[in-house]
Design a protein around this ligand. Structure first.
Ligand code: HEC
Length: 129
């Protein structure tokens, strides 16, 4: 039994190293908030919102076959490629972020209010590629 704490410590260390983003596992759980409107598997279908596979490696508004709102389309060039900072601002308040870039209201009416939750979700989105 004496060796157990040591084994646990090693397992923990390995789990930490193996995680692709530091909080990706928490982020994956939080994705249940997005489920009503999004899929995020490769080639997944659009719902109310676009499929989110690879979103961190592509320009805003480029999910094939999805018709983005006018408010979004007006801001998408200004957003360009998504990165962590931009995703954080968008997820916190989509319409407000689009308007700050010359766009209009986003059809995404959902706000992810807690900064910690956004960080975790963004880590998880980063694994989708
Ligand atoms: C009520 C429905 C709804 C919910 C809930 C929702 N979204 Fe959205 N989301 C949308 C819609 C609709 C769009 C398209 C925006 C537009 O056209 O204005 C969108 C767009 C996005 C985009 C931009 C995608 C691109 O192709 O550039 C990201 C990123 C995103 N959502 C992430 C999330 C995440 C992460 C969650 C959960 C934390 C979430 N959304 C929850 C409806 C939703």
């Amino acid at each position: 039994m004496k060796r157990l704490p040591c084994v646990l410590a090693i397992a923990l260390a390995l789990a930490t190293f193996a995680a692709p983003g530091s909080q990706a596992a928490d982020g994956e759980k939080l994705m249940k908030k997005c489920k009503a409107c999004h899929t995020w598997n490769e080639g997944g279908k659009k719902k109310v919102g676009p499929n989110l596979f690879g979103v961190t490696t592509r320009p805003a508004g480029s999910s094939e076959g999805f018709k983005y709102s006018k408010g979004f389309r007006k801001a998408q060039d200004a957003i360009g490629m998504w990165d962590d900072t931009k995703l954080d601002a968008y997820l916190a308040d989509p319409s407000r972020y689009l308007k700050s870039l010359g766009g209009g209201r986003s059809r995404m009416t959902f706000k992810l209010k807690k900064e910690k939750d956004r960080a975790a979700v963004i880590d998880y989105l980063g694994t989708l590629k």
